[in-house]
Write a protein that binds this ligand. Structure first.
Ligand SMILES: [Zn+2]
Ligand SMILES: [Zn+2]
Length: 357
């Protein structure tokens, strides 16, 4: 084998080890995440809604507790600066028992972004009083978690979001910068076009994950976090052996992550196309150039808005086609690995039978 091939193989093995590091991170934090989410839910039930409950409201027409303010030009504005806040729309409905609106307000207050941007697509509001994860999932920015209901169902990236975006969850940590750093690293790894990772990057990645699991405030004292740290230290050893089973798992995780990404791109393309249609309809409706100009000024838009949107759609479409190629590659890779795994299994079954005889 040439040196070049050796090196490529090594970088690919690093990539698999990186993927395993994130699997161990999930093993080390999922119970902790679950405990924090349950505790937070208890606080909401006791302090925010005093044990009352509701399962009748819908997110899209729920009137929040806060109301809009008017700016100097008389336009309605959400006081926290949200563009698509329910307080801005007419025909919204109050929660009949003052439960869902109070919880919604609490979620907004605890969201770490400015303006707060909970992801309502991931949640089922009718389970807010009974299922703690339905509230926690509002803090996962990415789509695709609406049918997940336990910490076990949620991938490492989702669990990291639950800490990064929730101010109340963050109080259980002594340092949260490293969570953000690790989230970026995971995306970098799973979206790496060549399925490769440099030695130095792998070391940094494992060290950062260990640092998360050894977070002084609460995590460090937990057994599952300590077990994960032991596994990570073994993973760092030069002689660590990667089984085809491990390799299959990492490829499956990467496939899931890239599939999410692809769905997200699909959604963005659809949204941009809807925007283009709306803009064009506006332009056709307006009579004469003068009226168009007035309209554009009112909307604070430039003349080449549509060109920018077309350009954006073009970029997104090319990104999507790359993503699809990688999905196909990973699928065929997983098929091959599954075949190898099955033949290993058949082989070891045969040996076992022979020993029994
Ligand atoms: Zn608002
Ligand atoms: Zn309600």
């Amino acid at each position: 084998m040439s040196n070049q091939e050796d090196l490529e193989k090594k970088k690919y093995r690093n990539w698999v080890r990186g993927g395993l590091a994130f699997k161990y991170l999930k093993e080390g934090i999922k119970e902790f995440a679950n405990d924090v989410v349950q505790e937070e839910h208890k606080r909401i039930i006791q302090d925010v809604i005093s044990g009352r409950s509701c399962n009748q409201c819908e997110i899209k027409n729920l009137q929040p507790l806060h109301t809009y303010k008017k700016d100097h030009a008389g336009r309605k504005k959400c006081p926290s600066g949200k563009n698509s806040c329910n307080s801005l729309y007419t025909n919204q409905q109050r929660c009949p028992v003052n439960v869902c609106d109070a919880i919604m307000e609490d979620i907004l207050k605890n969201h770490a972004s400015t303006p707060p941007s909970p992801n309502w697509n991931n949640t089922d509001i009718q389970k807010w009083c009974s299922a703690p994860w339905e509230i926690a999932k509002c803090f996962i920015n990415a789509p695709g978690y609406s049918n997940k209901s336990t910490a076990d169902d949620i991938d490492t990236s989702g669990l990291l979001h639950v800490f990064i975006n929730n101010l109340s969850h963050r109080t259980h940590l002594s340092d949260d910068d490293i969570f953000v750093k690790t989230l970026h690293r995971r995306n970098e790894l799973f979206h790496s076009p060549n399925y490769e990772m440099e030695d130095s990057k792998l070391d940094e990645c494992i060290d950062e994950i260990v640092a998360i699991l050894e977070n002084e405030k609460e995590l460090k004292a937990r057994h599952d976090a300590q077990d994960a740290v032991l596994k990570l230290k073994q993973l760092k050893q030069e002689n660590f052996i990667i089984t085809t089973h491990n390799e299959t798992e990492v490829c499956r995780d990467a496939l899931a992550s890239i599939t999410y990404k692809s769905d997200e791109l699909e959604q963005k393309i659809q949204n941009a196309k809807v925007d283009i249609d709306k803009k064009q309809a506006e332009a056709t409706e307006a009579v004469g150039d003068e009226a168009k100009k007035v309209l554009r000024d009112a909307l604070g838009e430039s003349d080449n808005q549509n060109e920018t949107l077309y350009e954006r759609v073009r970029q997104l479409e090319s990104e999507r086609s790359n993503t699809r190629q990688r999905i196909t590659f990973l699928e065929s890779k997983i098929d091959t690995l599954d075949t190898i795994n099955q033949s290993h299994k058949a082989n070891s079954d045969y040996i076992e039978e022979k020993q029994e005889l």
